[in-house]
Design a protein around this ligand. Structure first.
Ligand code: OKP
Ligand code: ZN
Length: 334
């Protein structure tokens, strides 16, 4: 199976995230990619597809902000990573935003996703990795794996959050549409709900979004991912959310997965994008399911039975020592 990764995805290393009222060491560390690479062996570097497929999904103002944010932060006399501290909950939408702090609030959803001097490059090349994995599948390979880091599924058209800056899965899905796939399904099996992906395709009927995740009544990202969210307008019914309780083991997980796979079969897509997070793992430090290493083969095997051309995009997974093995198990199931 083709694996895509760019070394420029490593340098992004935010120091701290806001956690339980204080700043703690950031969970989305460069060692995640190193551990996966060590388990997989060879990965090839992505082809540069430029900005167009990124701005086909993301707001141009947001992309310009993301690219310039850390320079503006430094120009404002700050040091370290750029993070917002005020969010436009009841905002004036007509006031042009000038201060970096105002922009950070406008274009972010949490304080867990700092922008470093290396964030733009890492995010850009993670997106290019997803696009290059898509190329392989469009050229006839059954499955390709994009080792995306930073992850993407929490990033919306005009916001960052949840360790995510550019939505790699959404960018690949849109690029698949633009390359001629008429219907694309995204299956999100990260522990957390893929709110950014859901938002991006919320009112569309050409991209189906299905997600299994920790119940947002008790888990991040709280404001999305509830079972009654089904899409809107022509997109009504093209979103499927399957929230699951803490402690979910493989049997109930596979039962929920079966529901998602049935819905995807009914949608009859030409292409599948899998947002894969290994943070469903029993020993993940920030998540609460009980999936074991050997279970990933079974999960992947069930997905592979769809027999669709599939692009697998890396999302979360924070038990760093076990991450590479869990990813390798998942990919072997394909
Ligand atoms: C990213 B991905 C703060 C918790 C914030 C953010 C989780 C982001 C997960 N106490 N957690 O979906 O793996
Ligand atoms: Zn996650």
């Amino acid at each position: 199976m083709r694996m895509i990764f760019d070394p420029r995805q490593i340098a992004h290393a935010p120091a701290l995230e806001m956690h339980n009222g204080g700043w703690t060491a950031h969970a989305e560390v460069p060692g995640r990619a190193a551990n996966i690479l060590a388990a997989l062996g060879e990965a090839s570097v992505p082809v540069d597809h430029g900005l167009a497929p990124i701005t086909a999904v993301h707001d141009a103002g947001y992309v310009a902000f993301l690219e310039a944010a850390h320079d503006r932060w430094l120009a404002a006399g700050r040091e370290g990573d750029a993070v917002g501290y005020i969010w436009p909950v009841a905002r004036r939408r007509d006031v042009p935003l000038d201060r970096i702090d105002a922009l950070l609030g406008r274009y972010s959803m949490d304080a867990g996703t700092p922008i470093t001097g290396d964030t733009w490059d890492a995010s850009y090349w993670a997106a290019q990795s997803a696009l290059t994995a898509l190329d392989a599948v469009l050229a006839g390979e059954r499955t390709a794996f994009a080792l995306c880091r930073p992850p993407g599924h929490h990033a919306g058209a005009d916001y960052l959050g949840g360790y995510c800056y550019l939505n790699n899965a959404a960018i690949a899905a849109q690029a698949a549409r633009d390359a001629g796939a008429e219907r694309v399904a995204i299956l999100d099996v990260d522990y957390h709900h893929g709110n950014g992906t859901q938002d991006i395709f919320w009112d569309r009927d050409d991209v189906f979004f299905a997600s299994l995740h920790g119940d947002p009544r008790i888990d991040y990202p709280f404001y999305w991912g509830h079972a009654d969210e089904r899409g809107e307008g022509v997109g009504d019914g093209a979103t499927l959310n399957l929230p699951l309780p803490h402690g979910t083991t493989i049997a109930p997980y596979l039962a929920a997965l079966d529901q998602a796979l049935t819905a995807i079969r009914d949608f009859a897509p030409d292409m599948l994008i899998v947002s894969f997070g290994a943070d469903t793992y029993e020993a993940d430090p920030i998540s609460h399911f009980a999936i074991r290493t050997q279970d990933y083969v079974e999960i992947a095997g069930a997905i592979a039975k769809l027999a669709l051309p599939s692009v697998i995009v890396m999302e979360g997974g924070y038990a760093v020592e076990a991450l590479g093995v869990n990813v390798a198990e998942f990919l072997s199931g394909f």
